[in-house]
Design a protein around this ligand. Structure first.
Ligand SMILES: O=C(O)CCC(=O)C(=O)O
Ligand SMILES: [Fe+2]
Length: 293
């Protein structure tokens, strides 16, 4: 069955909250001491009850979970810096590219939902049962029946914008990064895994799993809770997991070392589409953009 194109309109941009001037201090002194104390106690106990409630609400079988990006949010950009692991020291360093600043970011404004829906059409055509398929080898001459030159141009443009966003977030030059392999479409549903490659739910470190990766990006093509259930992306931090709920057009990116150990929750229903676009700092591990031959 041909996949359906979903042309969902974009929601309004989310605005930031400006911090106001400190208005709290002077008001407290107007209250009699006893009243202030009980008010404070009340505040503290409500905060404790609230905290407990949200803790139990957010807790999962994996421990305490914090949501970094909800499906319903339209995030301009969120970036969290974290200390780099030592993984990069055991590889050749490329100053100005190899991570010195590490972290993770997510944005909903670099790729539109419309662009995601066009790419999604193709991931539907690529349901081949295995996780890694070399499209050129698989389709041969027929590849031109599946992808048009416009599709490749869109892919190149999307990849370029993601690369620039990553470079900006980590303070490096976009020209020092190279696309690397595997860069792939993934399609996940709740059918049984056929090979170990299909077992996407295992915690892993991309730099260990894929070798050449320095920066990983994920472009989501479908929507958590609308197109599929489960399937959230989880950063596995000590003591607290951080989740990203996929949303069409959402880009999440992070340094590929063990500072960003992660996994994907099992998909319970529906189909989840995403593209993994990865970058290396080592020109020897770079690959060219896909082209139509
Ligand atoms: O699809 C995702 O959200 C993550 C996939 C992933 O971890 C990977 O391809 O290495
Ligand atoms: Fe990964």
């Amino acid at each position: 069955m041909a996949p359906q194109r979903r042309a969902a309109p974009r929601g309004p941009e989310s605005g930031g909250t400006a911090a106001g001037p400190d208005r709290g201090g002077r008001r407290h002194s107007r209250y009699p001491r006893g009243c202030w104390d009980s008010g404070w106690l009340f505040l503290l106990s409500s905060a404790a009850v609230g905290g407990l409630l949200s803790w139990s609400y957010l807790s999962t079988e994996d421990g305490v979970t914090e949501v970094l990006a909800r499906h319903s949010e339209n995030l301009q950009g969120k970036f969290i810096e974290i200390p780099c692991s030592e993984d990069y020291d055991s590889h050749k360093r490329f100053e100005g590219c190899t991570p010195r600043k590490c972290g993770r970011g997510v944005t909903d404004v670099v790729i539109t939902r419309e662009e995601a829906s066009i790419l999604d059409l193709h991931s539907g055509a690529l349901s081949l049962g295995k996780h890694f398929v070399n499209l050129y080898r698989y389709f041969g001459d027929k590849i031109q029946d599946i992808f048009t030159e416009e599709d490749f141009a869109l892919y190149r443009d999307v990849r370029q914008r993601i690369q620039q966003r990553i470079a900006q977030a980590f303070g490096i030059s976009s020209a020092s990064m190279y696309l690397t392999k595997p860069t792939f479409f993934s399609r996940i549903n709740n059918t049984e895994a056929k090979t170990t490659h299909d077992e996407y739910w295992h915690p892993h470190v991309d730099k260990v799993t894929y070798g050449s990766f320095d920066y990983t990006s994920l472009l989501y093509l479908s929507d958590y809770t609308e197109d599929f259930g489960g399937g959230r992306f989880v950063f596995m931090d000590a003591g607290s997991n951080k989740t990203i709920e996929p949303r069409a057009g959402r880009v999440s990116f992070f340094t590929s070392g063990s500072e960003n150990l992660h996994r994907v929750e099992k998909v319970h229903w529906g189909t989840r589409y995403a593209i993994t676009i990865s970058f290396t700092c080592n020109p020897d591990h770079g690959i060219g953009d896909p082209v139509l031959m």
